[in-house]
Design a protein around this ligand. Structure first.
Ligand code: ARG
Length: 460
């Protein structure tokens, strides 16, 4: 008989290489707290239902608490031979308390046990990620508030398009992060379903009380199908998908940060503490944080693809393939939390170069729409006004100047509707503040966004 905890029907021990290959302890040990909390709830339920004695239950609870303390003190010796966190803990428990330890796994399989652990782990980490999302939102909001008078060119096709408030640009990311937050709340809901009691796949012959376990572990729902309970990895795919979308947002912000701090744009200056230099080129100051976050986005998306691909061909119920859910999700959790945290610092330390941004607005044609809108307000159809403005831009380019440099007579040659007030209409402030439509870039509208955002943060 093999010495493994399932060794009864085996005549040989597991091949050394296979042993190492199939073990998950090196990564699933990070779920020790969930594993122990789950076992405690299970043991209490078994005792309440008369499946194990109160004495055995008492010994199990004490034993599990001791093990948790040992793990936390770094005194627990994890063994690859015991495959995973579940068997490492159970074996140690049995060594410590004897036969009672062997009763803990009654009416339970590692299949529903690991599902319980990961559900609880994801629930906890969703909350941690959401905290980091709020922290970054706060950093964006603070920076937006501090720079409310900064005007920059807004872009389409990465060509200067129309003047906008820098605060408006930052608040676009605030909005993305609010949706990310909501997506993670959805992930929480789908992780908040209790799988224990499904046994290996079919349920159990023991008179268990799943509600009692769910109540102790604070679960909102209970899986109503045992096969689904042990096979479901939707909550992991959903976490990875919410994480991927979030990382895509951070990656877009990173791309912009990288552009903005380039010499070509020079819209912002990153704090020295957030950049690195070059071993060869003495002048370099590289935006590594943004580049790495952009780079790590690929990794998180990769984990999502890996998980979808792992699950797509699996027959019900448990298959060992499902053990592959862990390394990806753990790495994604670490990556997302780290990226959010470091980005909040980066934003807080960023110096905004107001004059450079203003110059980028003034020395270009991002007020051409405003020139057209001016004519429309004086009665000209928009299509015609667009053409007049286009002609004005064309003339300016030929003469090496900007719309604001054109004299009134020059403009009046293009249309008699131009009057002295055109000068005011072409100023960056006017261009921005005229855009009073709901969600527009006017100071007034941006203030509304800032107030709403602050209320949202305060409510969290
Ligand atoms: N380490 C396994 C996992 O992560 C636990 C479940 C093992 N179940 C089994 N029947 N081998 O999926």
């Amino acid at each position: 008989m093999s010495e493994a905890m399932w060794g009864g029907r085996f005549t040989k021990t597991v091949d050394e290489m296979v042993n190492e290959f199939q073990a998950s302890i090196n990564f699933d040990k990070r779920m020790y707290h969930e594993d122990i909390a789950g076992s405690i709830a299970h043991a209490i339920m078994l005792a309440k239902c008369g499946i194990i004695s109160d004495d055995d239950c008492g010994a199990i609870l004490q034993g599990l608490k001791d093990i948790e303390a040992q793990i936390e003190a770094g005194e627990f010796d994890f063994s690859v031979d015991l495959e995973d966190i579940h068997m490492n803990i159970e074996k140690r428990l049995t060594e410590a308390i004897g036969e009672a330890g062997g009763r803990l796994h009654t009416a339970r399989s590692r299949n529903d046990q690991v599902a319980l652990d990961t559900h609880m782990y994801i629930r906890r980490e969703v909350v941690a990620v959401q905290k980091e999302i709020i922290n970054l939102q706060e950093a964006l909001l603070e920076t937006a508030k501090k720079n409310q008078d900064v005007i920059m060119p807004g872009y389409t096709h990465l060509q200067r398009a129309q003047p906008i408030l820098f605060a408006h640009h930052l608040m676009a990311y605030f909005g993305m992060l609010s949706r990310d937050y909501a997506r993670f709340s959805g992930v929480y809901q789908r992780a908040d379903i209790m799988p224990l009691g499904a046994g290996a796949l079919a349920g159990t012959t023991f008179p268990i009380d799943r509600e009692l376990v769910a109540k102790q572990l604070n679960f909102e729902q209970i899986y109503s199908n045992s096969l689904d309970a042990v096979s479901d990895r939707d909550y992991i795919m959903e976490f990875l998908s919410a994480a991927s979308i979030l990382m895509v947002h951070l990656s877009r912000l990173s791309e912009e940060t990288i552009l903005w701090c380039s010499r070509e744009f020079s819209f912002v200056e990153l704090d020295d503490a957030h950049c690195t230099g070059s071993s060869m080129m003495p002048q370099k100051k590289n935006p590594d944080v943004s580049e790495l976050v952009r780079g790590k986005t690929g990794r998180v998306i990769g984990h999502l693809m890996a998980m979808l691909t792992t699950v797509k061909g699996l027959p019900l119920a448990y298959n060992k393939d499902l053990q592959e859910d862990k390394e990806g999700i753990f790495d994604a959790i670490d990556t997302v939390k780290f990226s959010l945290g470091v980005y909040a610092q980066l934003i807080r330390g960023m110096k905004v170069k107001k004059d450079v941004m203003r110059k980028a607005v003034e020395e270009d044609f991002s007020n051409a729409t405003d020139l057209a809108d001016y004519l429309v307000k004086k009665g000209m159809p928009f299509r015609q006004a667009h053409a007049v403005s286009g002609t004005a831009v064309h003339k300016c380019i030929a003469e090496g100047k900007y719309l604001a440099d054109m004299t009134l007579p020059e403009l009046q040659e293009l249309s008699p509707l131009f009057e002295a007030d055109i000068a005011e209409a072409l100023k960056p402030e006017t261009c921005v503040n005229q855009r009073i439509s709901l969600g527009g870039t006017s100071t007034e509208q941006v203030k509304l966004q800032l107030t709403a955002a602050q209320e949202l943060i305060d409510a969290e």
